[in-house]
Ligand binder design. Structure first.
Ligand SMILES: O=C(O)[C@@H](CO)OP(=O)(O)O
Length: 275
């Protein structure tokens, strides 16, 4: 038996502003930092001691893991990072306001881009300031592997090799594994773990900052489907909040605004690919 803890990063600045984020490297909000601290407290209270942490290459996940592990006095444990745990690349929607996108394109298109399993948003152009093609942290990746947009099916495809090659070996060695990642990369992992259909995964949302614990059998399948949130009541409320971002599913879209809000500037990141 092995223990796997999934932790979505705390609220980010762009979560708070209601913007599509994807691979843009935005930081935690003050509330997000508090959520990460609370995540660490919940781990302590549940007497769960991760032996190793896996994160994405994005600071909101990295900092959430650090804050939570610091609370538990576990900042020293080994850390492994991979772009394969990154958030779903939101293509040309990155930096756009969710409510305005819903109003401009309508509820159906908005939800298709946001939650459909196999329809990616329009691709981002390589010369867009919010593109990641020249971001130093992906310099070792062949350019064609850097996403220009992803649907959840694409995330499942790029995440599973990391699950099998990097996380499963740690679990097999008897380690308690913490994975600090993102709403949609964790949805992809939960889809795999709980064997959720392409249709059902559309309705699954992951709250920020609340550890989700899976006890796994010898085949790395969950003993309890869905795992257990360490604060189930808070998780339930937070899941609803994620679901309703941008106006929420099922609500009629308001008429299109006169002028869509311009895209946000990208937080600065180091540019330039290695030779
Ligand atoms: O903007 C994003 O990158 C994600 C997660 O914050 O949003 P959503 O929940 O709409 O997929």
């Amino acid at each position: 038996m092995a223990t796997l803890v999934l932790l979505r990063h705390g609220e980010s600045v762009w979560n708070a502003e209601g913007l599509f984020t994807g691979w843009v490297d935005v930081d935690l909000s003050t509330k997000g930092e508090s959520e990460a601290t609370r995540g660490g407290d919940l781990l302590l209270d549940a007497d769960i001691t991760p032996d190793v942490v896996h994160t994405s290459l994005l600071k909101r996940a990295i900092r959430t893991a650090n804050i939570a592990l610091d609370v538990a006095d576990l900042l020293w444990i080994p850390v492994k990072r991979s772009w394969r745990l990154n958030e779903r690349h939101y293509g040309a929607l990155q930096g756009k306001n969710k409510t305005q996108t819903r109003e401009e394109f309508g509820e159906e298109q908005f939800m298709t881009w946001r939650r459909s399993y196999d329809t990616p948003p329009p691709p981002i152009k390589d010369d867009d300031p919010l593109s990641q093609v020249n971001d130093l942290r992906y310099a070792e990746l062949p350019s064609e592997l850097i996403p220009r947009s992803e649907c959840l099916a694409d995330v499942v495809d790029r995440l599973l090799p990391y699950w099998y090659d990097s996380i499963v070996p740690d679990l097999a060695a008897g380690k308690t594994v913490l994975v600090a990642a993102h709403g949609n990369s964790l949805r992809a992992l939960v889809k795999h773990l709980d064997d959720i259909s392409d249709e059902q995964i559309v309705g699954l949302n992951i709250p920020t900052g609340i550890p989700l614990v899976y006890e796994l059998d010898d085949d790395f399948a969950p003993l309890k489907r869905g795992g257990e949130y360490l604060d189930p009541a808070a998780a339930k409320a937070a899941i609803e909040a994620v679901k309703n971002q941008g106006g929420g599913a099922g609500k009629k879209a308001a008429p299109a605004p006169k002028k869509p809000e311009p895209k946000k500037d990208a937080p600065k990141s180091r540019r330039g690919r290695k030779k």
